[in-house]
Design a protein around this ligand. Structure first.
Ligand code: AMP
Length: 432
């Protein structure tokens, strides 16, 4: 299958060629023709599947085919977070390189005025987070009455973040007749209700989740104080009699220190990471495979592509910052249907990362303390999700919106990120 066969016009094909995409992804193959044909769409796809291009390319084509550029948004893309809004905005600009459509991004935490100026100059495609969009609507700096295409991107995340009321308020500002596209990684009752009320005889498309952990891997986690992780790991080696464990750390220096510590505890260990020569890494791996090294301590990058037959145990000494890396890590064990175990040592400051991983996997990983190593701090129930913090200013349609947000300008999240996990798309989704 090629992009040409999907019916995209030549100026979009040129933009795709610039991106060096060899062929469309499954979600693009399924979604693009349906959107081009003007159907509403319910799409089950998560980040990494190429979902953004799956809606942006046909959306741009439809806008450029009918109507002329005007001052009011003709397509509205709602996203749960500022980062995603900025990312989608960047994709819209990249794919729309050879079209005369204008796009703009609005999200909270930065000044209103540059966004107001942008909106006044006129945008055809508006990418927005719900709260800030409503702020603009309330001040009448945006007119949504001529939106022809609405996209809810990562709709499940928007619902998890408590945006349902904002979304409903926004829907009331849109014209009745429009094309609606709903993208969601999961399909919960809430999403089904939203879709039922929003979509008009939608086409259903779905692609397999990429980030599924092997069924054969059991996962466990121990809460522990950060300063006692090394001690706990050595304790587990002794208690469990582990003979071959791949241990992940976040940093090269951390990998070295941990390997040295384990060595002092009588556990033969070696570290592999990018600062080690190829021959030193090969030797460490060899020793590990032969059994003379019991603990191989690795960073994520060093562990990519390691293939160790029948590796029984993986330990996350520190959780990765990116949830997908967790899946890669634990995928080192339980290969080819053999059973494997993955254990994470989770300090208080990593609880948010654990929530993110659970969300991605749609699976709970119970935190079970080890006798004598229970953390000294009882963490509060509502812990901020790191995915909501630390957001930086971004660009609005190619121009810097505002380099630094005013102190206190960033609004707190409406509700803490909920821990609730959506359910998978029902297998009969396409048959409804
Ligand atoms: P998304 O799922 O939209 O977040 O996209 C994930 C990544 O895939 C982005 O970096 C896109 O640039 C890239 N991508 C999208 N479509 C394709 C394609 N057809 N071939 C290769 N990469 C793609």
């Amino acid at each position: 299958m090629s992009f040409e066969l999907l019916g995209l016009r030549v100026d979009l094909l040129r933009a795709v060629a610039t991106q060096r995409y060899a062929r469309p992804t499954p979600i693009q193959i399924q979604a693009i023709p349906e959107i081009l044909a003007g159907h509403d769409l319910l799409a089950g796809a998560q980040t990494g599947t190429g979902k953004t291009a799956a809606f942006v390319l046909p959306l741009l084509q439809r806008l450029s085919e009918k109507g002329h550029p005007q001052r009011h948004p003709r397509a509205l893309i709602l996203t749960p977070t500022r980062e995603l809004a900025a990312q989608v905005g960047e994709r819209v600009r990249a794919y729309g390189l050879h079209l005369s459509l204008r796009s703009g991004v609005v999200f909270g935490g930065v000044g209103m005025q540059p966004q107001v100026n942008q909106l006044q100059r006129g945008v055809d495609v508006l990418i927005a987070t719900p709260g800030r969009l409503l702020d603009h609507a309330g001040r009448r700096t945006v007119d949504l009455s001529r939106v022809e295409i609405l996209v809810l991107d990562e709709a499940d995340r928007m619902l998890d973040m408590g945006f349902i009321h904002d979304i409903r308020r926004i829907l009331r500002l849109l014209p009745e007749r429009r094309q609606n596209l709903l993208f969601s990684a999961t399909y919960s009752d809430d999403i089904r209700r939203l879709a039922d009320g929003l979509l008009n005889r939608p086409k259903h498309v779905e692609v397999a989740r990429r980030n599924t952990a092997a069924e054969t891997v059991t996962q466990a986690a121990h809460p522990v104080d950060k300063g006692r992780k090394r001690e706990l790991l050595a304790h587990l080696f002794h208690r469990e009699g582990w003979h071959q464990v791949l241990v992940f750390t976040r940093t090269k220096a951390g990998a070295n220190r941990l390997a040295e510590h384990l060595g002092r505890e009588g556990i033969a260990a070696a570290a592999i990471h990018g600062n080690k020569s190829q021959s030193a890494r090969a030797r460490a791996l060899d020793d590990f495979k032969r059994g003379s090294v019991r603990a191989l301590v690795a960073t994520d990058i060093a562990a990519r592509g390691l293939d160790i037959a029948n590796l029984p145990q993986v330990v996350n000494f520190e959780l990765p910052n990116v949830a997908e890396d967790y899946v890669h890590r634990i995928g080192r064990t339980g290969r080819a249907g053999t059973g494997g175990h993955a254990l994470s040592l989770v300090s208080h400051d990593e609880r948010g990362l654990l929530h993110g991983i659970q969300r991605l996997l749609r699976k709970e990983i119970a935190l079970a303390p080890v006798d004598g190593f229970a953390p000294s701090l009882v963490p509060p129930e509502t812990e901020a999700d790191p995915s909501l913090g630390g957001q930086r200013g971004a660009r609005v349609s190619g121009r810097p919106a505002q380099k630094t947000a005013r102190p206190g300008a960033a609004k707190p999240a409406r509700r803490p990120y909920s821990d609730r996990r959506g359910r998978g798309f029902p297998s009969d989704l396409g048959k409804r």
